[in-house]
Design a binder for this molecule. Sequence first.
Ligand code: 4AD
Ligand code: MG
Length: 432
Amino acid sequence: MTQITTIDKIGEFVGQMVTLRGWLYNKRSSGKVRFLLIRDGTGIIQSVVVKNEVTPESFSATDILTLESSLEVRGKVRADARAPGGHELQVSDLRIIQVAEEYPISPKEHGPSFLLDHRHLWLRSSRQHAILRIRSHLIQEAQSYLNREGFILFDAPILTPTSCEGTSTLFETDYFYDEKAYLSQSGQLYAEAGAMAFGKVYTLGPTFRAEKSKTRRHLTEFWMLEPEVAFAELKDILSLAEELITHLVHSVLTHRREELKVLDRDLTKLQSVVQPFPRITYEEALDILRQKGISHQWGDDFGAAEDTVISEQFDRPVMITHYPLQTKAFYMKSDPLRPELALCVDVLAPEGYGELIGGSQREDDYDKLLERLAQHKLPRESFEWYLDLRRYGSVPHSGFGLGIERTIGWICGIKHLREAIPFPRLLQRIYP
Ligand code: 4AD
Ligand code: MG
């Protein structure tokens, strides 16, 4: 029996016999030698099969192996600086598990629609593999960061009785006994209950927006990380947002550098992400737009075009605060000094990658919140529980939502968010 191992650990076995299990990524032959590139999910290794060193069965197996066939190989690990990954396997045994049918994805260019139809297979390609390894790292690292800072993971429901971010983007479904339920747009309202119970919490999970926009920055199902902090004011969560983003970028730079290389990401652009981030108000952002010859009406929210122009002025994420209250969600607290403004923040990624974070201080006054619900024509009955949070020990509190795919898209330097999640849900796509 030889040790079964994985390619990422192969360096521990130089000079020893190991067994690897995986799939054929590529092959070439030269006379009596076959070079098999085998991937096992943790990496890729070149395996060399020499005619006289294996059984005739093993050698002829190399000829019927097609791309993505599954196999098991046993052999001796050799350090070889020229080999991809620095190691090579000198094969002594090869066993086919399944010979794959002709693989639909080839190195030639495929259109996005073909690739999305084959997303379940496309995931195996090196680029997609790199992005999704970064995704996994980023989500874990964000959680470890918040855990270290004393936050509690607090799961919010997906099926909800109300909207959080406006009624125009709700996915509705039938619930029992003639009731309606909606897929959650944000865990925030529940996170607020969590913050009143635990002080510092975060939710992490899928959120849904029935947005009829076909942009490269919108998914109908996306993941959000939402910290919520009791006794925190706007300035406190600006600091948290800045620290979290900086931490995530540098963690990916440190631990997922190989993947960033596969993606050809310009590392200098990520290295310049250091604190402090520029902080400007909505009105200062209007000035920037004006200087660039773009006239924008006070009171209107910024769209993708405005976000891009503003973010391009900075080499790191920019935090824009104090938007007009009228453009923002019902729960945001108005600025006591200028009640027409919200105590809120949007964090825009550099290089035009769009909004990473939306957050705010929350309206903690019972009467004002009631007024805001009425202004937004939201049914009071459905929000009684939320109003309770203002009846029983209300305190100033704040939080934000970090879009996981937006953050991945920016860090990886990919233009379309559909590659930042294993199975993207888009306006015109729910398959596979
Ligand atoms: O700005 P949003 O809508 O904020 C909220 O939902 C708040 N309730 C969050 C909170 O305060 N706890 O969304 C937050 C972030 C955006 O900045 C963006 O990164 C991402 O979620 N996002 C989307 N990502 C992909 N596709 C979409 N359709 C998105 N909509 C928002
Ligand atoms: Mg927003």
